[in-house]
Design a protein around this ligand. Structure first.
Ligand code: GDG
Length: 463
């Protein structure tokens, strides 16, 4: 069996396993263990001068190899191009895009650096699986060095429709780079449709119904691979957490009030200010919930060096202050706002406590929190998921209360509906969502991508 090579901006920590690691890291690690493999990425270090040889560390049959970046490369590649240009573009936020040629040059430079440092570690039959928007050009950079291995790419965030994508200076190069892969994976059929439309409208290429594309002088396959979670483990974790000290403390602190929960990296794509406003609308329109419901928003700081994220943080602090000032009582703060991360097991326990999971991104590739919230529920008395129609997860879980995240009144109404939904309906909706989460897990996602990359279903297709 061919070895698997995974490239992502950050690798998992070699010794971080099980409950402490995130779901994606666990899934990728299992895929590497199965075939033996290499996980390559940025070490997290900033250092002047040549990156030198990759630092390697072995854990069982997996080799972790990482390289440092210079502060200037990190600034151009990560802060400005990946997160200042591609992230807002792919989340349909054209107004937030910054484009600087120097940053773009830096992005290409770091991709070339990754290719140079990775190439010597490769074996001829390795399957190479590259992750996310930091590395659109990595296959091209590797091919320029003579690497001929099969290479796959998975985009964790949305691919916007051509009307939006073409706002990016040099968009043709981005898509040409995508076409250098043998397999391109997207989260949903909508993202795949954006790719298809781009190929049809902007190039002389073609894409057939089976997903085979011919464009920019290359041929490959494109398909949707909706990412899942480690459903069984997360459900178990939440059951164990049900009577942990932390869950009990949370329960006691609520003093009989219902809990509405949101958990997101502090990111403008997640629609957190709109969610705050929606909660305010709920308290205005349905006064019966005043003093009886607490909204807890966990929002660990993310990309704090990017200006837009600093502005978002100030905005949210304003929202929390206004809502608590206006509706709060001496014994009740309507909103609890926490800029810190919690261990996975604690989160699982918090999700299980919450009557409502509020997941309202303005755009999201998938959104794993929505899936984790569902997996964490008590089957006998499950909570209700309120979910944005613009999260990839809405495709897999139409039984959630689906909302338009820009319509704060609609979200407020949905939270009211969730808080008053009869048990039988909650169970019926939850059972269907849970069945889907058990079918499509992080493990099955990894397997289907790697098998397709290995060409395992080529014969079947030819038949
Ligand atoms: C990108 C795409 C796509 C959050 N706070 C804490 C914590 N988390 C964990 C969640 C979840 C993960 O982080 C976040 O995943 P999401 O999918 O919700 O969002 P992104 O970070 O934007 O991820 C997204 C994903 O890639 C995978 O393809 O779904 O669309 O944007 O697992 O639980 N974990 C812990 N403490 C926290 O406080 N331990």
């Amino acid at each position: 069996m061919a070895r698997l090579v995974i490239v992502s901006n950050r690798t998992a920590a070699p010794r971080d396993r099980g409950a402490r690691a995130g779901g994606l890291a666990v899934g990728l690690r299992e895929a590497l263990q199965k075939r033996g493999g290499l996980w390559f990425g940025w070490s997290g270090e900033l250092r002047e001068g040549d990156a030198g040889e990759p630092k390697t560390q072995e854990a069982g049959n997996i080799l972790f190899a990482t390289i440092p970046l210079t502060p200037a490369d990190h600034d151009d590649f990560y802060v400005h191009y990946a997160n200042g240009t591609l992230w807002p573009l792919c989340h349909y936020r054209l107004g937030l895009i910054e484009f600087r040629r120097s940053a773009y040059e830096g992005y290409l430079r770091v991709n070339r650096l990754f290719a140079e440092k990775l190439a010597p570690l490769l074996r001829p039959d390795d399957l190479i699986w590259i992750h996310d928007y930091h590395f659109f050009p990595l296959a091209s950079a590797l091919r320029a060095l003579g690497v001929t291995n099969r290479m796959g790419f998975f985009l964790h965030i949305p691919l916007p429709a051509p009307e939006v994508l073409t706002a990016l200076p040099r968009h043709r190069r981005l898509i040409a780079d995508l076409c250098a892969y043998d397999l391109v994976g997207f989260q949903t059929g909508d993202d795949l449709q954006s790719f298809t439309s781009y190929i049809e409208r902007e190039t002389a290429g073609t894409l057939d119904p089976r997903g085979t594309f011919r464009a920019f002088g290359r041929c490959g396959e494109a398909a949707a691979f909706p990412i899942g979670i480690d459903t069984a483990t997360f459900a178990e974790l939440s059951e164990q957490a049900a009577d942990s000290a932390q869950t009990r403390r949370l329960h006691e602190s609520l003093a009989g009030r219902r809990l509405v929960i949101g958990v997101d990296r502090l990111d403008y794509s997640k629609g957190i200010p709109q969610r705050m406003e929606a909660f305010q609308t709920l308290l205005e329109a349905y006064p019966e919930h005043r003093g009886r419901v607490t909204y807890m928003q966990i929002a660990p700081i993310s990309r704090g060096e990017v200006e837009e994220y600093q502005a978002l943080r100030r905005d949210l602090e304003g929202w929390v202050g206004r809502i608590n000032g206006r509706f709060g009582e001496y014994d009740w703060a309507p909103v609890r706002y926490l800029n810190k991360a919690f261990p996975r097991q604690a989160l699982a326990g918090f999700f299980r406590q919450a009557a409502v999971g509020l997941v309202t991104p303005l755009r999201d590739g998938m959104n794993l929190v929505a899936k984790e919230y569902v997996a964490a529920q008590d089957p006998a008395d499950p909570g209700v998921l309120v979910l944005s129609r613009f999260a990839g997860a809405a495709r897999a879980m139409p039984q959630a209360l689906i909302v338009n995240p820009f319509d704060v009144e609609e979200i407020g109404d949905a939270v009211h509906l969730a808080l008053t939904m009869p048990l039988a309906e909650r169970r019926a909706r939850w059972n269907e969502m849970m069945a889907e989460l058990r079918r499509n897990t992080i493990q099955s996602w990894c397997e289907s991508f790697v098998e397709r990359l290995a060409g395992a279903d080529t014969d079947e297709q030819a038949a």
